[in-house]
Design a binder for this molecule. Structure first.
Ligand SMILES: [Zn+2]
Length: 143
């Protein structure tokens, strides 16, 4: 490999890293945005119900669906972040875990293999009722 090749390869590596850093940044910002929106939607939902407890359940359900959609988006973005970083974040305790591991070495939680599995786990109560994370769990009552 000539010295120019080495140089080109090196700068390519740097560009790749910068690109990843930007992507990680964007994803983190978007996740924060969705989290904030979820809090707002919950507030709207509460207000709606407070003003009219007899409100049509279909109207209230729209708010819940909105929250679910945002939670799905957050999970998808988390999976993207994992694959860019090359490690997983445990959904239960937020530890960094080797991408190849199926279980978290810190808390023992089972880690989703891919976005689909993580999305499906939305319906599996054993996954998200035990989580302390407000946004990936229904532990809302604790707040
Ligand atoms: Zn864990």
């Amino acid at each position: 490999m000539g010295i120019m090749d080495a140089f080109v390869n090196a700068s390519r590596g740097v560009t790749e890293k910068t690109k990843n850093a930007t992507e990680v940044n964007n994803l983190e910002r978007k996740i924060e945005y969705e989290k904030e929106r979820i809090v707002e939607v919950f507030a709207d939902l509460g207000r709606k119900y407070y003003k009219n407890p007899e409100e049509d359940p279909a109207v209230l359900k729209e708010f819940c669906d909105d929250v679910d959609n945002r939670r799905r988006r957050i999970m998808q973005m988390r999976m993207e972040l994992n694959s860019i970083r090359g490690y997983k974040i445990c959904p239960k305790c937020d530890s960094e875990v080797n991408e190849k591991f199926q279980f978290c070495g810190v808390c023992g939680a089972r880690l989703p293999e891919d976005a689909d599995e993580e999305l499906n786990s939305l319906d599996s109560s054993d996954y998200y009722t035990e989580s302390d994370d407000f946004f990936s769990s229904d532990s809302v009552k604790n707040y």
